[in-house]
Ligand binder design. Structure first.
Ligand code: FAD
Length: 614
């Protein structure tokens, strides 16, 4: 059962002394906190719940993160439950002791959302069961399962023609992806990943476990929580220990996917056609069965003279003949069109899931291994594909990439701008149908900047901030972004608007009902109504919840047309070394001496891939 009546703000008092960090108020406070940690560790050990502390290989493996921004994020302990009841026990006891929990599934959050330097890191990796039910066309997955395991279930049974609406990268977590909305290679034919969600089992802050379904009455408490999990579920309402997803049939009866990859490095003769080709490509009305992602890459580590290239990844639900026809229509540059045809192959969907998807996303997957240590910044946008938007955005990207080349010449650094092809069936539901808000998006896009020299952080932040500031006005409503591609430099009172638009007030009310003490909190999390200036007062007293929810929608509607101002994000250069500095100060565990990546703590999960190209 969900809590019947939400508690008021006073009920937050239990944790008013804040997170379990070392602070200046003295050793006695620190000691008291460490005693609580010790008490929790003893309780968990007494119940044989796997718990790891700094120095344990499993602890080090779990906290290792490829993004050196989070190199000192070392929680007091890592817990890896093997059963749902162990999650319930952990949540109940940690909450009682006032110890914070951070949830980790695949650990791929670009903004370190599953890293922490305080309390417990709840690593779900052992809850990784996957059960495919061919009869009912559903797949049941533990909260710690990765997409690679989900695909394996289809591959093992040679279920050709069937796909689960999952992520591009096999080691992204299933629950982390779905709870953020989930934009897969088949979103354009199947909708968002969360549109395939049938049910979710979640452990709430009081340790109780409930199951919510797509068939729950939408205005019931369970129905509202289900709605919230479809796009805003990551880290906000509780620990999702199990989800059930629909398995879908491809549209073409042969069960074939045409897939490929080509990087276009325009030659001097191509210079004049380059932008017009890209504008036509992005504004073209592609059929839903075609998905083409594209990444603009400026990699300063490559030999001198290499210009900005664009990497295209294609996925087509259909046969080769139809594919070629579509490419001829949407790509005006003859040489590029020819290569996109030559570098694509039709293949059974199981082979695609087993091999091709992995190869297409090789660079990105490799960058996400804990062993790959580099600094990285990240921000996202949501674009429509009208000509004005696309012309403006592509011109900005080109000029910023030129600047990057000049400014950081000789450095080991890379700037990328990725357009993830969205739209299609994702747009058929209204924007309020799920917590995931930006359904009209044609391209979910992101900037990613990577570098290897620690002392470049200030300059990279400056570059990142300018780049984002130029592009952001072209995002839907002038501010839209995507929580699965998060940005840590957003101001605390802006992130909900960026990720959830006018759905945010309903989310805050659901938060108030499901997690009234805000136990599950994190920097980009959904807040309680009373924490926001624009709230409707946060009164969820049970008198008329439905009316309050309706009012929440109306109140937010007025703001929808407004653009975010320049002050949407903090002064990024001023944030240089902030994250590492704070984490070092809190010093929850002994900082690892492996931040240069000597060992990298590779896990068996990413063993075979991780050795490629080494
Ligand atoms: C190489 C690569 C490719 C990607 N491709 C895509 C793509 O195609 N489409 C797309 O939409 N995204 C994509 N992403 C982004 C990815 O979907 C998000 O980063 C996602 O949140 C990662 O989930 P995770 O479980 O791996 O990450 P984590 O960092 O473990 O979790 C992400 C967030 O979800 C929370 N969370 C995780 N599991 C649970 C749970 N069981 N219960 C409650 N909260 C939970 C965490 O606390 C954290 O806030 C990609 C990322 C990478 C690195």
């Amino acid at each position: 059962m969900l809590p019947s009546k939400p508690k008021g703000p006073a009920s937050c008092a239990k944790r008013k002394d804040g997170p379990l960090t070392v602070n200046k108020s003295g050793d006695s406070k620190k000691k008291a906190k460490l005693n609580l940690i010790t008490e929790l560790i003893n309780l968990l050990k007494a119940r044989s719940i796997p718990v790891h502390t700094p120095g344990d290989p499993e602890y080090e493996r779990s906290v290792a993160n490829p993004n050196l921004m989070y190199r000192f994020s070392r929680p007091h302990l890592v817990v890896q439950p093997e059963r749902y009841t162990q999650v319930q026990y952990l949540v109940r006891e940690a909450n009682r002791l006032g110890i914070h929990i951070t949830i980790k599934n695949g650990g791929h959050s670009y903004a370190g959302s599953s890293t922490t330097d305080q309390g417990v890191l709840l690593d779900l990796l052992k809850l990784n069961k996957v059960l495919l039910d061919v009869e009912t066309k559903t797949m049941t997955l533990g909260g710690g399962a990765l997409w690679g395991s989900a695909y394996k279930a289809l591959i093992d049974g040679r279920n050709d023609g069937y796909v689960v609406n999952g992520g591009r990268c096999p080691n992204v977590g299933v629950s982390g992806f779905i709870l953020g909305g989930g934009l897969g290679p088949f979103t354009r034919t199947l909708g968002m990943g969360c549109d395939s969600l049938k049910q979710a089992t979640i452990v709430l802050a009081d340790g109780k476990k409930i199951t919510v379904k797509d068939s729950d009455e939408p205005t019931s408490r369970k129905g509202m929580l289900f709605w919230a999990l479809c796009g805003a579920g990551g880290g906000n309402f509780g620990v999702v220990v199990e989800i059930k997803l629909g398995v879908s049939k491809l549209q073409n009866p042969q069960g074939v996917i045409v897939a490929g990859r080509y990087t276009w490095n325009p030659t001097a003769e191509d210079k004049n056609d380059f932008l017009s080709t890209m504008v036509r490509f992005y504004t073209h009305n592609w059929p839903d069965r075609m998905t083409i992602d594209s990444t603009w890459v400026c990699d300063l580590r490559l030999p001198e003279g290499r210009d900005v290239g664009v990497r295209f990844l294609v996925y087509f639900d259909g046969n080769e003949h139809e594919y070629r026809k579509q490419i001829s229509k949407g790509v005006i540059h003859k040489g590029l069109a020819e290569q996109l045809k030559r570098r694509s192959l039709p293949e059974k969907s199981t082979r695609f899931l087993h091999e091709t998807l992995v190869s297409q996303w090789y660079e990105e997957t490799r960058q996400s291994f804990p062993k790959t240590r580099q600094w990285s910044l990240f921000t996202s946008f949501a674009f429509l594909n009208d000509e004005e938007t696309i012309k403006s955005v592509t011109a900005i990207i080109q000029s910023e990439m030129d600047d990057f080349k000049q400014q950081f010449k000789g450095e080991r650094a890379m700037a990328t701008f990725t357009f993830i092809h969205s739209g299609g069936q994702a747009t058929t539901k209204p924007d309020w149908a799920t917590a995931f808000r930006w359904r009209q998006t044609a391209y979910q896009a992101y900037i990613q900047i990577l570098w290897e020299d620690k002392w470049l952080e200030r300059d990279m932040r400056g570059f990142h901030q300018r780049f984002r500031k130029r592009v952001k006005p072209f995002s839907i409503s002038g501010h839209a972004g995507y929580i699965n591609f998060p940005d840590r430099s957003l101001k605390p009172d802006v992130h909900e608007k960026v990720y959830y638009g006018k759905n945010r007030q309903k989310l805050q009310l659901i938060k108030k009902i499901c997690d009234p003490d805000n136990y599950f909190s994190w920097p980009l999390g959904v807040r309680l109504p009373e924490q926001t200036a624009s709230s409707s007062g946060g009164r969820v007293d049970g008198t008329d919840e439905r009316e309050q929810l309706a009012n929440a929608f109306l109140a937010a509607e007025e703001e929808e047309g407004s653009s975010a101002s320049d002050s949407e994000s903090v002064d990024e250069e001023g944030q240089t070394d902030d994250i590492a500095g704070q984490q070092w100060e809190s010093g929850a565990g002994n900082p690892s001496d492996d931040w240069l990546g000597k060992n990298g703590f590779p896990s068996s999960l990413w063993g075979p891939l991780d050795n490629r190209g080494q």
